[in-house]
Design a protein around this ligand. Sequence first.
Ligand code: 6PG
Length: 628
Amino acid sequence: MATIYIVMGVSGVGKTTLGKAIAQKMNIPFYDADDFHPQANIDKMASGIPLQDEDRWPWLDRIVNQYDQWQTKGAVLACSALKESYRDRLKVDQLQVKTIYLSANFESIQQRLAARKNHFFNPDLLQSQFDTLEAPTSGIICDASLQKDRLLQYIMNTITAQNTSQLGLIGLGVMGKSLSRNFANNHISMSLFNRHVSGVEEDVAVNFVTSYPELTNSKGFDDIEAFVKSLSLPRKIFLMVNAGPAVDTVITSLEPYLSEGDIIMDGGNSHYVDTQRRVEVLKEKGIHFLGVGVSGGEEGALKGPSIMPGGTAEAYEHVGPFLEAIAARDAHGNACCAHVGSGGSGHFVKMIHNGIEYAEMQLIAEAYDILRNHCSLSLEQIAQTFDTWNEGAENSYLLEISAKIVRKTENGQPLIDVILDKAKQKGTGSWSTTAALQIGVPFDTIAQSVLARIISSEKAQRVKGQSLYAIDRAEIHELDIATIREAYQTARIINHAIGFETLRKASSEYEWDLHLSEIARIWTNGCIIRSTLMEQIISVLHGFDDNILFHESVIPEMTKGQAALKKVVQDSVGAGAAIPVFCASLSYFNAMIQGDSSANMIQAQRDFFGAHTYERKDKEGSFHTHWE
Ligand code: 6PG
């Protein structure tokens, strides 16, 4: 619906000048209401006779009669419209009519009119104008004494803010919907877009905005151009579409309507290399692209996720306040959202978050396996064990939900026992493994957690293997729960050390200047790997640029914990348990504390069969030996 902006106020207040400037800015026609006065009114005013209401009705009606011609683009109309009843007369159903009231005092206008030439208005009539004026209390109200450019800027900003949404979001899947509601709950005006797929996704955005009271001020679209045009500048558009080609498709559909300086944020689990590419390509076009890691699942998205935005600091300046408004809060009430670095760093950080998540999940699964299948604990005993651990340093969101999972029944039966033991994955775990290996990080725990999911998916093979070998898993009598608990926590510390080492090395490799302590902080709430350990890691990493395992506060804990870890690994593996992440954490630790490794043998073998040369401990240089 087109809009008629009525710039109103007493004569001499500057309606015409400002109205023309507004019309020019908005690229819509300007009209001066004085041009529609019947001749009788013009004559009256020229002879200094004040107009009465009965003089004004025909004038206002003549203006309204023009609306048919104005309704395509809308218009700006400079009109005194001094009384409420006059303004009401100018309102119609088929057009939006908005007032911009230029407020001023008598003396300043008197001075202006005295200085004016060639105008039919008699300055002596000014008093009658002020007497007639019923100042509006709604619409845009501004001080006419402001310098013209400032006034224009103020009016344009206000019009823009009233007409456009602060933020756009594309993709109303589960996460997109929850994030939209979270933004709206934080008083951020939203334009929401969902594609139209006949018979499958129809009017999704329009129906969604009418379904929740908090979305009253949000607008729903399935037309991309109208969606983009509904956003205030620079446009800020949050993508919540599936990672992969869908992101490029949406970007391509947006591009024709974007302007320089606009900002696209990808809130999906995109691969950081894709993000890096999109950052570069869009930079050429003057568009900012931020890869925004979002963690916390559906509930986190609605109530407060952990947010990891990466991209230019300039773009973050614009979007930071919105993202921080919806983010979870840390223990000090600060937002679990911070600009993590440039380029694809946001999605890299999220990918490593997911890697840590994979190994954390697998460690709990392995502890559950040991407790249930080798220590003969009932499900309730396991739930109680997890509850107890959760009261201590081992507390984590994942452990909390795992206690609930083992207690869950369906028709009186434990639900866990009917869930098929084939773990799915969407890719971030294996991406993180590949990425870590590319920059030379031993990714033991996380890589093993990915492999564990892959082996789990080989259900038929595993069943066949069991029938072929028919080996029972043995009871471990000499293992107590306190030892398992200590081993679990020790393995977790190692897993976190590996995750943060990856970030440390990536930061230097890709020049991202990641602040690891700050990343730990934004992972203390809202995200899947929030935990007491993460809280502790904030201070461990503060001003410390090395492996977490080498921090003075961690050394005593590891020195003590390694014994428990060794015992659990030895006993459980010996009893037939498959506990790859417990094993991997111990292998990593053992390897990282061996000044002398077995790699001299590898080097010798390489040189033996391939003349690859080796370095020596006793002298500098590169050496080759004729081995036979
Ligand atoms: C999060 C989760 C979230 C999602 C993973 C699951 O931080 O909120 O990590 O991103 O649960 O994508 O990944 P898999 O399907 O690979 O387990």
